[in-house]
Ligand binder design. Structure first.
Ligand code: F6R
Ligand code: MG
Ligand code: MG
Length: 366
């Protein structure tokens, strides 16, 4: 086996260009500059600066393990520096994801999203990194279930002896801050009752039965941290592939169906999760529809060889068409559910004010 390497993906929205649709190149240059310095200093083995919509993602390899204070401090300071540029350029919502006053050891719970994993590099290490905009962490539940538990998606679960035992899913309850591990396929029905409610229960990690990590997601929900509307979480996900894990094509296959997720317009609407190329990652119509990009890397000695733009392929054209048709269909509901989220899930609501105004007009009904 190869050496141990940590892959950390830390993301934040520190200002949108224009509105919440994109990230200004000046912010990306600043992030790149910080990453290059950190690599020169030896903090990072390698990096890839990326983005989706108005979110900047720092994709980093290093030797310090998950939850490392130096790595997290570096990410926090990078987002502070890019925030300064965002202010200078009058970007929308400058610094919006930096919820804490100052860094205190770990960026978790402070606004930025984090997906990390430490593993021993295999002789060849294909990894996919997904970034989504205008949605929440539970958006990964459906594709992770398909990749690691559904034989109609992943042929390897049936015909690869190295996958036939299935996988363990670590599921977090974001409301109660609890976690539980489901061993699949045995626990599939039990697990689905939870992960089918993705606003509360999210898959944090997937492991092989021998304990090796296979997938990791970011699970923070900004509104739960801040107790008010602060933008959507726009989650990230790492999936290792091949040789006893889902093939690259099996890990991409779930996105051929643009499933419905929460987070479109004002964080308060359902919409299809549209797989797009890195050039089409700019949510525009009704601030959306929500979208996902996929980077492919071969990691070798910690070096990120890539990225390949995995959804820039004509085999995803139909998914995009279906997503656009679903977007039309849902939009026609206007302010009605299920396009609009249920009352307790909306990020914006005028309900308390409207209730207060109308309180004397309500009468007892038979
Ligand atoms: C942001 C988002 C957007 C905003 C919308 C209104 O993540 O999803 O749809 O919620 O543009 O933004 P404000 O309230 O700042 O005018
Ligand atoms: Mg934004
Ligand atoms: Mg965003």
């Amino acid at each position: 086996m190869g050496e141990k390497i940590t892959l950390s993906v830390i993301k934040a929205d520190v200002g949108g260009y224009v509105g919440h649709s994109d990230t200004h190149p000046a912010l990306l240059s600043k992030a790149e500059e910080c990453l290059e310095k950190a690599k020169k200093k030896g903090l990072l083995v390698d990096y890839c600066r990326s983005k989706v919509g108005d979110d900047i993602a720092l994709i980093m390899t290093h030797k310090r393990g998950a939850d490392n204070e130096d790595i997290h401090r570096f990410a926090w300071e990078t987002f502070e520096e890019t925030t300064e540029v965002a202010k200078e350029y009058g970007q929308y919502g400058a610094g919006q994801d930096l919820l804490a006053e100052a860094f205190s050891g770990n960026v978790k719970g402070m606004g930025p999203g984090v997906a990390e994993m430490e593993f021993e590099e295999r002789p060849s290490e294909p990894v996919l990194i997904f970034l989504a905009d205008k949605t929440e962490p539970g958006a990964w539940n459906y594709p992770l279930y398909k990749m690691f538990a559904d034989p109609f998606n992943t042929a390897g679960l049936v015909i690869d002896p190295k996958m036939h035992d299935g996988f363990n899913f670590e599921v977090h309850d974001l409301f109660e801050r609890k976690k539980v591990v489901f061993s699949c396929p045995e626990d599939v029905y039990d697990m689905l009752i939870f992960i089918g409610a993705p606003s509360r229960y999210v898959i944090k990690n997937v492991f092989r039965k021998d304990g090796d990590i296979a997938a990791a997601t970011s699970t923070q929900r900004l509104a739960l941290i801040a107790g008010r509307y602060v933008g959507k979480d726009d989650p990230v996900m790492i999936v290792r592939c091949q040789s006893g894990l889902p093939a690259v094509g099996e890990a991409l296959e779930p996105f051929a169906f643009p499933h419905t997720v929460a987070g479109w317009m004002r964080g308060s609407h359902h919409g299809p999760l549209m797989p797009v190329s890195l050039k089409e990652d700019t949510p525009t119509r009704f601030d959306g529809p929500p979208r996902v990009v996929a980077h492919g890397f071969q990691i070798t000695k910690g070096k990120l060889i890539g990225p390949r733009d995995m959804f820039a392929d004509l085999s995803y054209d139909r998914a995009r068409k279906i997503a656009l048709a679903a977007a039309d269909y849902l939009r026609r509901h206007g302010p009605f559910e299920p396009h609009r989220l249920p009352l307790d899930e909306m990020e914006y609501t005028t309900m308390p004010q409207v209730m207060e105004k109308l309180k004397d007009r309500f009468e007892v009904a038979d």
